[in-house]
Design a binder for this molecule. Structure first.
Ligand SMILES: [Zn+2]
Length: 258
């Protein structure tokens, strides 16, 4: 690996979370959404890495639970949403903020993407996106603190990034997401191919992430709420569903029952 190139790997946590580990050739590193400290400490010690930065996409315990223990062991800077429910010291990040991570030669732009939670953010830079529980591969997060319109706007914001952007989300949900997406768009050839690839990867015990935004635009029904095939599927449930937000609402409710 050439020096200074951003390297990203997954640290599995709980049953289906991924904590992302970022390095750039030296011993400095960052982690994204460390819901658990144990698996992170193990990797840092084994690889002799020094944790300098912690990036948090939202306040849910399975994304921030490991932070206090990590801060007992490392002097890391924490970047997180502006949310009083995150009750340890952090820099509150807002839309358009540029955060500098000089020790790993990286900077990220903050995108506010509410809906899963009201203060959810994404980190974008170097053709990489950390989208937390908002944009899963072939799916999206539940709307715990936002409306279908919020999720439509948040996903539109992410969809406007370059197609080559690699999306790193918070969970390994891709296989079940593919099963649902095939109910919505059984004739989508790109989706059929992705579902086959994912089934093979999971059979081998391998990770299905990251994917590119281009892949997601072709396969993810929640990024395709203006495609006639997805709108038609929504209309079988609610004949009044129009393209965009109304279709988003119908297919998310459908997925919640799936
Ligand atoms: Zn969450």
């Amino acid at each position: 690996m050439p020096a200074n190139e951003l390297n990203i790997s997954a640290i599995p946590a709980f049953s289906d979370n991924y904590i992302w580990l970022l390095t750039a050739g030296g011993n400095a590193c960052a982690v994204v959404d460390p819901g658990q400290a144990g698996p992170v400490l193990e990797v840092l010690q084994k690889k002799e890495l020094d944790l300098r930065y912690i990036l948090l996409t939202h306040h849910h315990p399975d994304h921030i639970g490991g932070v206090p223990t990590l801060l007992e062991n490392y002097q890391a800077k924490v970047f997180a949403p502006a949310d009083e429910r995150i009750n340890f010291e952090h820099r509150a990040c807002r839309e358009g903020d540029q955060i500098l991570l000089p020790d790993i030669n990286t900077e990220f732009r903050i995108l506010e993407i509410p809906a899963h939670t009201r203060s959810h953010i994404a980190f974008y830079g170097k053709s990489v996106l950390f989208s937390g529980d908002t944009l899963f591969s072939v799916g999206c997060g539940r709307f715990f603190e936002g409306s279908p319109a919020d999720m439509q706007a948040s996903l539109d914001k992410l969809a406007a990034l370059p197609a080559k952007t690699m999306n790193y989300c918070g969970h390994e949900y891709t296989q079940s997401n593919c099963a649902f997406a095939l109910q919505v768009e059984p004739d989508n050839l790109a989706l059929q191919a992705r579902a086959e690839e994912v089934a093979r990867l999971r059979k081998e015990g391998k990770i299905t992430l990251p994917s590119t935004l281009g892949d997601e635009l072709a396969t993810n029904p929640f990024l395709r709420t203006r495609e006639s095939s997805v709108v038609e599927a929504a209309r079988k449930i609610d004949p009044r569903a129009s393209a965009g937000t109304a279709t988003m609402a119908v297919i998310r409710a459908w997925k919640d029952r799936f």
